[in-house]
Write a protein that binds this ligand. Sequence first.
Ligand SMILES: C[S@@+](CC[C@H](N)C(=O)[O-])C[C@H]1O[C@@H](n2cnc3c(N)ncnc32)[C@H](O)[C@@H]1O
Length: 209
Amino acid sequence: MNNNNIEIVNPPDNKLSYNKICEEWHKFRKNSVINKCVADFAELLCANGDILDVGCGTGQPIAQYLANRGFHVTGIDFSAEMIKKAKALNLANATFIECDFFDFQSEKMFDGIIAFDSLWHIAKENQPLIYDKLASMTKKGGFLLFTHGNRDDQTIGTMYNQEFYYSALPTEKVRELLTCAGFDVITLIENYKEKTTGDRDLLVIAQKR
Ligand SMILES: C[S@@+](CC[C@H](N)C(=O)[O-])C[C@H]1O[C@@H](n2cnc3c(N)ncnc32)[C@H](O)[C@@H]1O
């Protein structure tokens, strides 16, 4: 993300944009290698545990990988087209729900929550609210993995000829919000790099106290 912290008056509609690029995204993600950080996260969780995948996209490769490992996966995404693709996988251990993150209500608490490349799409004014919401759905001792930006920022980017809105808070603010929400930070890496995928400004694994 660029350091471009100006007011964005008419942000692009991310839901619409993701619906429009769904076919291209599907082609890209269906053959993606699973990130090492996702495999490491799975190792932290109890066998057959419940996982929430926030902004699950097409369910590939992350929800599919986790479901095939025997976890019970609930994937949520506000793009109807993404959820259609995810449901078409017919994964025995996974349920996919078309829903905005902040509207999602769950009776069950999760052993693990993963939000891979999705939280940076949440409006700047709602960024401080993310971690209490995640904490409210995480069991005591449960784990959270997410990627994010690492600067006080909001910006517009382009993917497959569609515009997308992004925002982030400074890393130290994210750390403070996580702690206040009841998470202990286990791993926090800025400029996280993996051989198989692009770089990420921030990778966090945290555990609920
Ligand atoms: C960059 S994609 C990542 C998808 C998936 N996690 C992956 O690794 O392929 C971001 C996803 O987050 C979803 N998303 C963005 N904001 C959301 C929100 N407020 N509620 C639910 N889903 C959201 C988008 O529809 C999109 O599928």
